[in-house]
Write a protein that binds this ligand. Sequence first.
Ligand SMILES: [Fe+2]
Length: 206
Amino acid sequence: MTLSARLPGVRPVLAMDNLRTLAEMAGSKPEYFGLGFIQLKVSRDERIHFYTKDIDPILDDEEIHNHRYNFTSTVLKGQLTNVVYYWKEVEDSDWELAEVSCTPNDSREPRILLPNVEKVELATFHTPAGSSYSVTDSMFHQVRWNGDLVTRLHRGPLLEEFAKVIRNKKEPYVCPFSTPMGEAKAWEWIEKITTSGTTRLPEIVY
Ligand SMILES: [Fe+2]
């Protein structure tokens, strides 16, 4: 039982009626990202992300990417693993630095910024429920999870027009938004993920 569930008059943040009220107040509906998570915008700057391994992803792993804004993410359920990278330009490489746009209404081919880069792994860290981490727009990362996971993300103002990825140029580019999920189905998954019995921390996978 969560702390909020034990306090009289306080609704647990992940209770379905609370999530539906937050979505209604924000005028939003849940949207599926083909990497295996559903995003619910609950205010202009806040999103709740619901991750599971039970939906077949469009992409197995997200590409190493940055964000167009700074954000802080708090894990509400489960555990998230972050791998942090930087890149440097080299003469020859299978990897490139590219700008991408991938939203439900605007998906286009990546624009190559640097044709040869080396990706350098800086750190791996794990964030369990109750802890948070912050990301700046200059930071490149990739997240992994194992089991059901819920995070609440608070973002800052938009700093860049496009996000960037460090991508293997031999792989075709796939916008993970390319197969949207219907709203009713997304709510079903949210209920499954928030009510699943994952109370212990999932096993860490390297
Ligand atoms: Fe990210």
